[in-house]
Ligand binder design. Structure first.
Ligand code: IPM
Ligand code: MG
Length: 358
């Protein structure tokens, strides 16, 4: 088994270092190999996703990814910006199924901006389609408008599109996942306005015929954004397209108190996966040793579960994380009075210690 370790930019290097520490102490038989990605790769090789990095990722059973991006690259041509690295990995590895759990840990109920009773016990799974939609749809670009409100003016355009097989396979992933949990899927669309999402709704409804033991509800994305803060515990599995999933998963993450706690998995049809925290590179706190490594450590647990077939080791990590939270250790993003503030490395060390003590 081989893991490609791609720390990336900003806090990416700090948090991935802690996850690697945790993986090493498990003493499992796998090889880890690191490579540059994002802005770091652009600096060294002139490209955010160099051939060598892509090759390593393709050959590995799983990719452990930190984060990419920094404001200083915002002026680069789009193909050279750090974000293209993650989009390129998703596309080249066919990582169409993105799992973004939003779980509220008992000890962190007070860290959410919502009332504790609304989020205590929250356990939502957002399944975001990751290789289609307006993110990848062609054509896209800039041109001179020939029609619309201002013919002759400069304009820009992207294309929202989904094919039947793309919708079918992500719907199946969602129904299968729901079967193992609360048996309810909310399919989020904008069928009242968009052709793409009327089609989405129709196809999800057809696939549902094979999963009659799972409840299916349809919800417009604007309403879903509202229901997520109004009554978040009414959701079990949410399945949606790439763009809506991007937005709703950030919203859902904040329900739990901190985006610094949330892992994610992006899988292809052979269970090869890329595992990354749900948060970004946070250049504002990079290098300060204060970032929360738990989302990345929990992503490593998801990696063991989904791609490396090590369920027991995955649970050991998850229990160790609960253990350090119970000890009252908190990075600044989840700190509250009466708890102990620690930095990135101290948090990683505490997880390692909790693992060793199991
Ligand atoms: C995410 C991020 C990415 C996305 C960016 C960095 C391209 O926001 O993983 O949610 O939009 O998918
Ligand atoms: Mg996002």
């Amino acid at each position: 088994m081989k893991i490609a370790v791609l720390p990336g930019d900003g806090i990416g290097t700090e948090i991935v270092a802690e996850a690697v520490k945790v993986l090493e102490v498990l003493d499992l038989k796998f090889e880890m190999e690191s490579a540059l990605v994002g802005g770091a790769a652009y600096e060294a090789h002139g490209h955010p996703l160099p051939e060598s990095t892509l090759k390593l990722a393709k050959e590995a059973d799983a990719v452990l990814f930190g984060a990419v991006g920094d404001w200083k690259y915002d002026k680069l041509d789009r193909p050279l910006r750090p974000e293209q690295a993650i989009l390129g990995l998703r596309k080249n590895l066919g990582l169409f199924a993105n799992f973004r759990p939003a779980i509220c840990y008992e000890q962190l109920v007070g860290a959410s901006s919502l009332k504790p009773e609304l989020i205590a016990g929250l356990d939502i799974l957002i399944i975001r389609e990751l290789t289609g939609d307006i993110y990848f749809g062609q054509p896209r670009g800039r041109r001179t408008a020939v029609d619309g409100h201002f013919p002759g003016a400069d304009e820009a355009f992207d294309t929202m599109r989904y094919s039947r097989p793309e919708i079918e396979r992500i719907a199946r992933v969602a129904f299968e996942a729901a079967r193992k949990r609360g048996k309810k899927v909310t399919s989020v669309d904008k069928a009242n306005v968009l052709e793409t999402f009327q089609f989405w709704k129709d196809v999800v409804t057809e696939v549902h015929k094979d999963y009659q033991d799972v409840e299916l509800e349809h919800m417009y994305v604007d309403n879903a954004a509202m229901q997520l803060v109004k009554k978040p515990k009414a959701f079990d599995v949410i399945v949606t397209g790439n763009m809506f999933g991007d937005i709703l998963s950030d919203e859902a993450s904040m329900l739990t108190g901190s985006i610094g706690m949330l892992p994610s998995a992006s899988l292809n049809s052979s269970n090869q996966g890329l595992y990354e925290p749900s948060h970004g590179s946070a250049p504002d706190i990079a290098g300060k040793g204060v970032a929360n490594p738990l989302a990345t450590i929990l992503s490593a647990a998801m990696m063991l579960r989904f791609s490396l077939n090590q369920e027991e080791a995955a649970q050991r990590i998850e229990n160790a994380v609960k253990n350090v939270l119970a000890q009252g250790l908190r990075t600044p993003d989840i700190y509250s009075e009466g708890t102990t503030k620690v930095g990135t490395a101290q948090m990683g060390d505490a997880v390692v210690k909790a693992l060793s003590a199991q």
